[in-house]
Design a protein. Structure first.
Length: 490
């Protein structure tokens, strides 16, 4: 029998909590805003505190007999054609770790695309899993990494038949996607599961003109961030499961092992509401967003010195298989600028925050929440950027390596290098040493250097010139990279 997607169990339970005047002698200590700091109440609004209740013994009874969360998860699974769905209030960073730890145990190997997010590397460090790196498809002109091909995955399984499964990222933060159906078929011929880090793809199931989403493409586990391209709150994430290659009880157990025992009902409510919104109105909302993206792209392309990256730039032989047009990636090199310089200027002068910036681009992420007012402000700011660009010159340039030069030799497992004896050395002495930390330009959060990799002069120069130009490397012990944490030599 079809499920009723007009229902939102978490939101309705919150309304009932208020209507029944429930009185809790439990956490949270602000007690429905009564004890909250007055200035915090003024800034945040009482609605935040009123929605901040315990999941068990608050939203639901102490034994969760109302099955509020379970009903919300069941509705989400139905909406996106999955067999099981789990909500997470710790972001997709937790969800992807839970998936990894379910598929592979310590000392097992797992095929992983080298353009993975730093949360995947954190999973390797925590679990002691041995990565078998899948080479992305590189665009040497734009210095972008697109998801690996099915042929790359097949060769990796041929070389490493012991691998417990594969993990790929699709879409990338730039909006490019893999041929997930072909990759899933490769994995399933081996009897192995495919995990897809689809953090940037929460919207994909809800409009036919968007790339195919992981569950429809045959993936076994899919991790999605509701707060990125959806309308959930920050840290709201879901992971979906189908098929018989991954045990749902084991996946739930791994998530419980890693997650908080004090989940935020506010985040649950945001996820629940997003599902209802998309199930009822997703096609209409996303259709309008796609039309807006099309006209916004055309308007930006008409500005002298700016160019919007398009499908034909990203897709084709040796490149990506699919393209999401909602991340509007604008190349600013025609103005003589870097994305870092442009991003800082847009924030300082127009209070516009772009999604990401790199050595040549800024990206404006559009969603169903945007309209002609928001894109109009963006266009006004970009017109002003074109006019003011000469006054922003010169800018520091980033010495970006060729793709082959970016790939470092892995000498130790990430876990062993990260937890082993380490020392901080001056950057000038770090080339040739095995690194004991992640070095990750953020956003988008894809590590350039992993623990256990041997650093080279070329990559070190890239990172240091990047920082001088405005790159942010927040996870380094010294974010200025005056020193590098390396494995201590005996």
């Amino acid at each position: 029998m079809p499920l009723d997607h007009t229902q939102a169990p978490v939101l309705q339970a919150l309304a009932a909590y208020r209507d029944h005047h429930e009185l809790g002698f439990t956490p949270p200590g602000h007690k429905q805003a009564r004890g909250a700091d007055p200035e915090a109440r003024a800034v945040l609004g009482d609605a935040v505190y009123l929605g901040d209740v315990l999941a068990s013994g608050g939203l639901d009874d102490r034994r969760m007999r109302g099955q509020v969360l379970q009903r919300a998860e069941h509705l989400m699974a139905d909406a996106v054609h999955a067999e099981h769905t789990f909500f997470s209030t710790c972001g997709s960073s937790l969800s992807v770790k839970a998936a990894m730890l379910t598929v592979a145990a310590p000392h097992d190997s797992l095929l992983i695309s080298r353009d993975a997010h730093k949360s995947v590397v954190a999973g390797l460090i925590l679990a002691g899993i041995e990565p078998v790196w899948l080479e992305p498809r590189w665009d040497p002109e734009r210095h972008l990494a697109h998801p690996p091909s099915a042929a790359t995955v097949a060769k990796a399984f041929a070389d490493h038949p012991e691998a417990r499964g594969a993990l790929v990222t699709s879409p990338t933060p730039y909006g490019t996607t893999a041929d997930l159906s072909a990759i899933a078929a490769v994995c399933h011929r081996q009897g192995r599961p495919l995990i897809v880090d689809e953090a940037w793809g929460a919207h994909l199931p809800f409009h036919p003109d968007l790339p195919a989403w992981a569950m429809d493409a045959g993936a076994d586990v899919c991790v999605t961030s509701i707060h990125k391209m959806g309308s959930g709150l920050e840290q709201g994430s879901v992971f979906h499961l189908q098929g018989d290659l991954v045990d749902p009880a084991a996946l739930a157990s791994r998530a419980d092992l890693l997650g908080t025992t004090s989940p935020s009902v506010l985040l649950y409510a945001g996820i629940d509401a997003w599902r209802r919104q998309m199930a009822l109105h997703g096609r209409e909302l996303l259709g309008a967003a796609l039309e807006l993206a099309h006209t916004t792209r055309q308007s930006i392309d008409a500005l002298d010195g700016l160019r919007v990256d398009r499908r034909e730039d990203y897709c084709g032989p040796g490149r990506a298989d699919g393209f999401d047009p909602l991340p509007v990636v604008v190349d600013v090199t025609g103005l003589g600028l870097t994305g870092y310089r442009a991003a800082d200027w847009l924030r300082a002068r127009h209070h516009i925050d772009v999604h990401l910036a790199d050595h040549r681009c800024v990206s404006a992420q559009l969603t169903h929440a945007d309209d002609h007012d928001t894109t109009g402000r963006l266009l006004t700011a970009l017109r002003d950027l074109v006019h003011r660009a000469p006054s922003l010159l010169p800018v520091r340039q980033v010495r970006v390596p060729q793709p082959a030069e970016l790939r470092l030799v892995q000498e130790l497992l990430p876990r062993d290098a990260y937890f082993g004896p380490a020392e901080d050395v001056p950057a000038e002495q770090a080339a040739g040493r095995v690194v004991a930390e992640m070095l990750t330009p953020y956003p988008p959060g894809i590590p350039v250097v992993l623990p256990g990799e041997r650093l080279t002069d070329v990559v070190l120069t890239y990172l240091r010139t990047g920082i001088e130009a405005g790159m942010n490397v927040p996870d380094a012990a010294d974010p200025a990279l005056r020193t590098i944490r390396v494995v201590a030599e005996r």
